[in-house]
Design a protein around this ligand. Structure first.
Ligand code: FAD
Ligand code: UDP
Length: 369
């Protein structure tokens, strides 16, 4: 008999499994995929760590989480500096003095402030949606060229129908600083995320290609408690309705050239280009293999955002009012399950970054273990 059955070998499941094992508990991890690591899975292609389920950059201000992950991997010094391509015009991201200079020709922070103030004046009172929030942060020109098209492609909804908090994730700076994240710590695990999760799961029994929901009764018999990190609505067989997710489709290409776009991420911020961005994976590791050799080929991924339907991978929870209130109902049902606990991005239906998922797992562990 296992103490814990952990459903999902993503970050949440791996952190829980690691800590439970350390406390002497007997654990079994199952995952329906044929690989561990959930969405942070990476595999080697042409010597490059390829981020199969979307590009992942670790960034955090949480000292405890940073120390935690450093037990399992050494991080390189990668700093995310995506570039926006609007109909062939290139802009620096996040919004900073380089962006304002290219957009308006302004040279000083003072000139940039004047321009932004002028343009944000059209928004009176508290911003009520993403469009108003964006204009009030950076003005209409940047909204139209760098935000509107990208956001509507990513979320499949009009910016007026999206919550304003989504855009608050992006920094606005009056300095020449292209670092996308306001984070004290940032990097990519050397050797790939899969290696990092493998280290977390060392010595732990993992069964892949095992769908918990299809074998629930048998699997439940194996353990005293279950930690479930899949979608909460799927667990309850969608009995109260379906939570909405955004899914992403990747078109991957190996190219026989050393450098396709000169950067890890280029965002296509116009409405017409069908993909949201192109990732060139080798630049997460500076185009080198582990011995420091230049790599002759490259792999790129075009990202297409799509509405999720049953059978697709759910990637982003859509945390608007309707979905959040449906989630609250599922959460109530979940609290009545005495031996099953729900965690992670899908189990808690939260737009968590990796550091927040680890933090959430560590907090749960403090109570549970
Ligand atoms: P997951 O990684 O989704 O793991 C859940 C696991 O459960 C999966 O392996 C799944 O197969 C398994 N599972 C589900 N249902 C079942 C079932 N019925 N039976 C068995 N197994 C099941 N965060 C960052 O910090 N930085 C980034 O740059 C970043 N980029 C991202 C880009 C994209 C495209 C996406 C989608 C997310 C990104 N994130 C990023 C967020 C990050 O992926 C998550 O925070 C993290 O991976 C969540 O871990 P998790 O364990 O909760 O979920
Ligand atoms: N965003 C945008 N233009 C960009 C990049 C981002 O308008 O070039 C907006 C978009 O609405 C997105 C939000 O900012 O959903 C947050 O971006 P982030 O890169 O944090 O999203 P992620 O893909 O990491 O969830």
């Amino acid at each position: 008999m296992y103490d814990y059955l952990i459903v999902g070998s993503g970050l949440y499941g791996a952190v829980f499994a690691q800590e439970a094992k350390k406390k002497g508990k007997k654990v079994l991890v199952v995952d329906k995929r044929s690989n561990i690591a959930g969405n942070i899975y990476t595999e080697k292609v042409e010597g490059i760590n390829f981020h199969k389920y979307g590009a992942h950059i670790f960034h955090t201000n949480n000292e405890k989480v940073w120390r935690y992950v450093n037990q399992f991997a050494t991080f390189n010094r990668f700093t995310n500096s995506p570039v926006a391509n609007y109909k062939g015009e290139l802009y620096s991201l996040p919004f900073n003095m380089y962006t304002f200079n290219k957009m308006w020709g302004v040279i000083t922070p003072e000139e940039a402030i004047i321009k932004i103030e002028e343009q944000r004046a059209e928004i009176k009172g508290e911003p009520r949606n993403l469009e108003e929030q964006a204009i009030s942060l950076v003005g209409r020109d940047i909204y139209e060229k760098l935000i509107k098209g990208y956001t509507e492609k990513q979320w499949g909804r009009d910016c007026k129908d999206l919550p304003s908090f989504i855009i608050k994730r992006l920094p606005v700076r009056l300095t020449f600083d292209n670092n996308y994240f306001n984070a004290l710590y940032q990097g990519i695990p050397i050797g790939g995320y899969t290696k990092m999760v493998e280290n977390m799961l060392e010595g732990i029994e993992v069964r892949l290609d095992t769908n918990y929901l299809k074998n629930k009764e048998e699997l439940n018999k194996l353990a005293n408690k279950v930690i479930y990190t899949g979608p909460i609505d799927a667990y309850f067989n969608y009995s109260l309705g379906t939570l909405e997710y955004r899914s992403v489709r990747f078109e991957n290409e190996v190219l026989d050239m050393p450098n396709y776009q000169g950067n890890a991420a280029i965002n296509y911020t116009d409405r017409e280009t069908p993909w949201t961005r192109i990732i060139e994976h080798k630049w997460f590791e500076f185009g080198k293999d582990e011995e420091g050799n230049d790599l002759p080929k490259t792999i790129i991924s075009k990202e297409y955002s799509s509405e999720w339907k049953q059978g697709d991978e759910p990637y982003y929870p859509v945390n608007d009012e309707n979905n959040d209130s449906l989630y609250q109902k599922y959460k109530k049902l979940a609290s009545k399950e005495d031996k099953v606990f729900f965690g992670g991005r899908l189990g808690e239906y939260k737009y968590y970054d990796m550091d927040a998922v680890i933090d959430s797992a560590l907090k749960f562990i403090e109570i549970e273990l």
